[in-house]
Design a protein around this ligand. Structure first.
Ligand code: NAD
Ligand code: SAH
Length: 419
């Protein structure tokens, strides 16, 4: 039995899903193929991904491919209640799905929803950030024998999987969807690059041009955020700990400095490191009055919101998703979306066409697990190259583009070592 806020919200959610679906040609073609062959027939899939319209489309593709779906969100603030309702209720083409998610779930409710989505005993899991993996390997170990494997959507989830593997803790194969080229080159860079600014702009309604914007972390997400920030006319300052990435940022034309210096200059701060304690007390002490702080990395520990919650002399919501913290110096700093992923907690996340590519990889990787059950070693494994290539070719075709292929003479030339 689903746990959602209100079934009556389903028509609004269904409209969002229909809009996303019509702009997701890759998932559409995969649904056509897999609904004929039903690779997930007889299999249960538990999915924990941001519960919004694009994710709903992925759930319906897997359902059409024969899976019994049990789904939940992966962040308490990114669940959209109308979408959760539409998925649970279903429509004339797709039956209702077992959904456990509501917006702004407390920590206890969030874990209860994850547990409920796992209760049926999944054969495949789709995780975003490692919450399912963590629960299965700690509190629900009895589920492990029935699990063929799973797929992980994001960078931080893969860091956690690698730690588990190093400690010999991982008990079934996990495919690193994030590390497919058709994922991180587009989703992390262009997806985050666009959606983070969408989240900030729709929340603050402030001008970006002419501002000093500090981007912490120049990985795939940070690069996208910096690139699009420049497009808005911001002066971008990058902070890094990796000397090569720092040099890359410098040669891309951005200022590079430690956070202790950037803190004095920034009007807007965006963290995207996947690390913790990026903006902390020492920085709050020197950041300008009125500065805006937000986070695009996985957890809400990049900006030390806990410190602000405990030490601000005044805490006041100025607008939905904008919390003002007045410090004893009299300065007020504004934190967006509780320091959680600003693009998802304060927006709709990545653009539809980006998630079409990411979720095409998810669907095909899950099919790979089903097709190869019992043959895949217990390890953290990359997305097979043929899936990455197939998704790129499908995307090119959807864009009406075609490319060259190597002639026999070129293949011979590239494979030879003589002059
Ligand atoms: P990445 O590994 O490519 O980049 C992270 C960068 O941060 C690296 O260059 C690293 O050197 C730098 N870094 C680490 N610690 C730092 C510190 N203390 N100070 C400054 N820089 C530091 O990872 P990515 O793919 O860009 O992902 C970053 C985070 O964003 C992850 O947590 C990931 O899960 C998350 N993510 C969010 C979204 C979204 O929609 N908001 C999308 C994809 C990924
Ligand atoms: N559990 C984490 C989730 C990490 S979010 C949390 O605490 O919030 C990072 C992932 O969200 C990215 O890898 C990206 O693929 C995914 N994402 C971004 N926009 C999305 C959207 N609109 N719908 C579903 N997933 C999205």
């Amino acid at each position: 039995m689903s746990e959602i806020r209100d079934k009556a919200l389903a028509p609004s959610g269904e409209k969002k899903i229909t809009w996303a679906r019509r702009n997701m040609p890759l998932l559409g073609s995969i649904e056509k193929e897999l609904s004929a062959t039903k690779p997930f027939k007889g299999l249960k899939i538990t999915l924990s991904v941001h519960m919004e319209a694009k994710t709903a489309c992925l759930c319906r593709v897997m359902q059409a491919a024969g899976a019994e779906m049990h789904v939940t969100g992966c962040n308490p603030l990114s669940t959209q209640d109308d979408v959760a309702a539409a998925l649970a209720v279903g429509n004339s083409r797709a039956g209702g799905i077992d959904v456990h998610a509501w917006h702004a779930a407390t920590a206890e409710e969030y874990e209860r929803h994850l547990m409920a989505a796992l209760m049926s005993g999944p054969n495949i899991i789709i995780d975003d950030g490692g919450d399912l993996i963590n629960l299965i390997h700690t509190k629900l170990t009895h589920l492990i024998p029935d699990i063929i494997g799973g797929c992980e959507e994001t960078t931080t989830g893969i860091m956690r999987l690698n730690s588990m593997m190093r400690e010999g803790a991982l008990k079934f194969p996990m495919i690193t969807v994030n590390n497919a080229r058709c994922k991180y080159l587009f989703d992390n860079r262009y997806g985050t690059g666009q959606s983070v600014w969408d989240g900030i702009n729709r929340t603050t309604n402030l001008i970006v041009a002419g501002k000093n914007v500090v981007v912490a972390g120049y990985g795939w997400c940070g690069k996208g955020i910096a690139m699009r920030g420049r497009g808005f006319g911001a002066r971008i300052i990058v902070t890094e700990i990796d000397p090569v990435k720092a040099l890359e940022a410098m040669m891309d034309g951005f200022d590079v400095m430690p956070m202790s210096e950037a803190a004095k200059l920034g009007d807007l701060f965006i963290t995207a490191t996947g690390c913790r304690d990026i903006i902390t007390r020492e920085h709050f002490d020197i950041i300008k009055d009125g500065a805006v702080l937000c986070n695009a990395g996985h957890f809400n520990v990049e900006v030390d919101v806990k410190y602000l919650d405990e030490h601000a002399v005044k805490r006041e919501e100025h607008k939905s998703n904008i919390m003002g913290y007045t410090l004893d110096s009299g300065r007020t700093l504004f934190v967006l979306a509780e320091g959680r992923l600003v693009n998802l907690a304060s927006g709709d996340g990545h653009p539809v066409e980006i998630m079409d590519m990411s979720f095409a990889i998810q669907a095909l990787s899950a099919k790979y697990l089903a097709d190869n059950r019992g043959k895949i070693p217990v390890d953290v494994i990359p997305v097979p190259e043929e899936i990455d290539t197939a998704v790129a070719l499908k995307k090119l075709a959807a864009c009406g583009l075609s490319i060259d292929s190597l002639t026999d003479g070129q293949k011979k030339y590239l494979g030879s070592w003589g002059v």
